[in-house]
Every structure is written in structure tokens, then in C-alpha cells.
Write a protein that binds this ligand. Structure first.
Ligand code: SF4
Length: 334
């Protein structure tokens, strides 16, 4: 299960695009897509490739020639929106991709469904998205091409879920999951956790993207949080913290934010519990690798539910980070 994202820099700006791709890489992104709207963006591809390590996917919306040229410039995959490109032109793209063994994602999007399908189905319904994908698969298979990946995105969560369920029942091609135009952080997290999460829980999906308006680096922790919550990939520190109540006598929010910030980008899995009090804290977080349960001006450090030592509140952050760092040494994704 791979985590994807997409840059929001001007692709023609090689330095800015490479820097964002490398920041995404650092955050744990595993496949990155760039918009390729014109020939200057195509020309930037080899320069970007020199500066990055992630597999690079070119996103092509209208011009089939850009897709062909992007493949020739060395991208690892392309994403085309079949609603925007003629059937015959798609065949030409497929021929080039076949020669160079480049993966093509057929990215059906509710916002740009073929007109005849929108008319026939009364809009971008799940069924219409599936028919659009199947139509294109047929063209690809006709050309003897099977390096296909599919996505059937919609900003409407139930439509997206239904579309993926239907297509998963009809083909075995890998599926890239995402809720499109999901909004800013909170909405994007909730819609994606529901849409992507429900499908993953049913065993549907091979790659995911949590779309967030703004810096794409923010997408990565959200994606991993979904994967961890479903126990699909235990990667990165998992921080559990209580909501606090009248028993809490420490500044738990500040502590949680400081620990979260200090652990950003860590890939090793570790469950850290930050609890407001000792009444329920250690018991409720018994499965955590390490944690703190607050008291009045102090906290009890516990490991796997067992209290180990008392720490003054002012030392919470340094002591916890030191302990976490020594526990993470040599620990990998589980
Ligand atoms: Fe309240 Fe303690 Fe539970 Fe936190 S751990 S919610 S402070 S009882």
C-alpha cells in the first residue's frame, strides 16, 4: 500500500518542484505526481528527475502529445483523464507507454465525465464512472497494454465508495484511492478517512492519496494515520492522547503538540500515549510502548502499561524524547 501526493508548485520551476518533492519524500510520500500542462513542463521533467528519488508521475489533462513527450522524457508513470482525450489519441499514448513499459493511470474524475455518460446516467454517478473506466480499459487492452492503474474519484464520498466497489468487482487492475477536492485539513482528513478508509477496510485499494488544499506535505501524516488506524501499515509514531477532563492537572495539549512536532517525519513505528491523569491513563493506554500520565506538577512515565519513573512537568518533553529516541533506535515499520 503506497502513499502518493501531488506537487502544487509550477512544474516549470525545477528548483521549487524538486524541493517540494524532496520535502514530500522526507515526510514519507512514496509516489509523486506533477502537473504537466505544457511543453515547458515536459522539458522540466529530466531536470526534476535528476534532483529527486521518488517515482514520478506526469498528470496530463488534455493534450495527448504532452503525455507522449512526458513518457519520452523519462517519467515513471502518467495519469490521463480519459474524459478529456479522444479515443484515437489515447491509442497513441498507449503505444508509446507500451514501448517504454510506463504505467498509465486511467484517472476517471466525476468533474470531467464524458458528456454522453453524464447524459445517460443523469450525472456523474458511480455507475457512470465505472462505465467510463471500462471503456478505456477496453482501448488499452485492445492495444495489448496492461500496465494499468485506475482511479474513480469524486468529491462526493458515497459516490466514490460505490464507484470503487463496483470497479473492484469487475477488474483486477490496481486501484488508486482518493476523494477529490476534499477541502482543507479537517474536511480532507474526515472525508478521506471515511472514503479511503471504508474501501481499505474492505480490502479494496493499492495506493492512496489524501487530497488537501494547501501544502501537500500535510497530506502524508493523514494518509499514514488512516493506514495505521486500520492496521494496514504500522509506520511512523502513533500518538494517542486523552481528551482531558476535570482530573487533568497538566498542560496536555501543549505536551502533545510538542511531541507531535518533534516526531514529524519519523518513519519508525512506536505508540506513544499522553494521558492527563494517573487514574485512567496507564490502564487506558496499556498497549502503548511508552507514555506519560499526568499528576499535579509531575507525571508518571510508563512503558507497556508499567510505571517506570516520576518526572517533573518541566522535564516531560526532553525525558520523553530521549526515551523515545532510544526506543526507536533500530526499530522499523511493523
Ligand atoms: Fe480524564 Fe484522566 Fe481519562 Fe484524561 S486519562 S480523560 S484526564 S480520566
Amino acid at each position: 500500500m503506497a502513499v502518493q501526493s501531488m506537487t502544487n508548485t509550477d512544474t516549470r520551476d525545477v528548483e521549487a518542484t524538486s524541493a517540494q518533492i524532496n520535502a514530500l519524500d522526507e515526510a514519507g510520500c512514496e509516489i509523486v505526481r506533477i502537473a504537466v500542462p505544457d511543453n515547458d513542463a515536459v522539458q522540466a521533467i529530466p531536470e526534476i528527475k535528476k534532483r529527486i528519488h521518488l517515482p514520478l508521475v506526469a498528470d496530463i489533462h488534455f493534450h495527448y502529445q504532452l503525455a507522449i513527450d512526458a513518457i519520452k522524457q523519462g517519467v515513471d508513470g502518467i495519469r490521463i483523464n480519459p474524459g478529456n482525450i479522444d479515443k484515437e489519441k489515447i491509442r497513441e499514448i498507449v503505444k508509446t507507454a507500451k514501448e517504454r513499459r510506463v504505467v498509465i493511470r486511467i484517472g476517471v474524475n466525476a468533474g470531467s465525465l464524458q458528456k454522453d455518460l453524464a447524459q445517460e446516467y443523469g450525472g456523474p454517478t458511480a455507475e457512470a464512472l465505472v462505465v467510463s473506466a471500462l471503456r478505456n480499459i477496453e482501448i488499452f487492452e485492445d492495444e495489448g497494454f496492461d500496465l494499468i492503474k485506475l482511479s474513480l474519484k469524486s468529491s462526493d464520498v458515497p459516490t466514490m465508495i460505490e464507484a470503487y466497489r463496483l470497479i473492484a468487482a469487475k477488474t483486477d487492475y490496481p486501484l488508486h484511492l482518493g476523494v477529490t477536492e476534499a477541502g482543507t485539513l479537517v474536511d480532507a482528513a474526515i472525508k478521506s478517512a471515511l472514503g479511503i478508509g471504508m474501501l481499505l477496510y474492505e480490502g479494496i485499494g493499492d495506493t492512496i492519496r489524501v487530497s488537501v488544499t494547501g501544502n501537500p506535505v500535510h497530506e502524508i501524516p493523514l494518509a499514514y494515520s488512516i493506514l495505521r488506524a486500520l492496521k494496514i501499515r504500522m509506520v511512523g509514531p502513533e500518538i494517542v492522547s486523552c481528551p482531558t477532563c476535570g482530573r487533568c492537572q497538566i498542560d496536555l495539549l501543549a505536551l502533545t503538540q510538542k511531541i507531535e512536532n518533534a516526531l514529524i517525519g519519523r518513519k519508525d513505528y512506536l505508540k506513544v500515549a499522553l494521558m492527563g491523569c494517573v487514574v485512567n491513563g496507564p490502564g487506558e493506554a496499556a498497549d502503548a510502548d511508552i507514555g506519560i500520565a499526568g499528576g499535579r506538577g509531575f507525571g508518571m512515565l510508563f512503558k507497556k502499561g508499567k510505571a517506570t519513573k516520576k518526572i517533573a512537568e518541566k522535564n516531560f518533553v526532553p525525558v520523553l524524547l530521549e526515551e523515545i529516541n532510544s526506543m526507536l533506535k533500530g526499530k522499523k515499520e511493523v
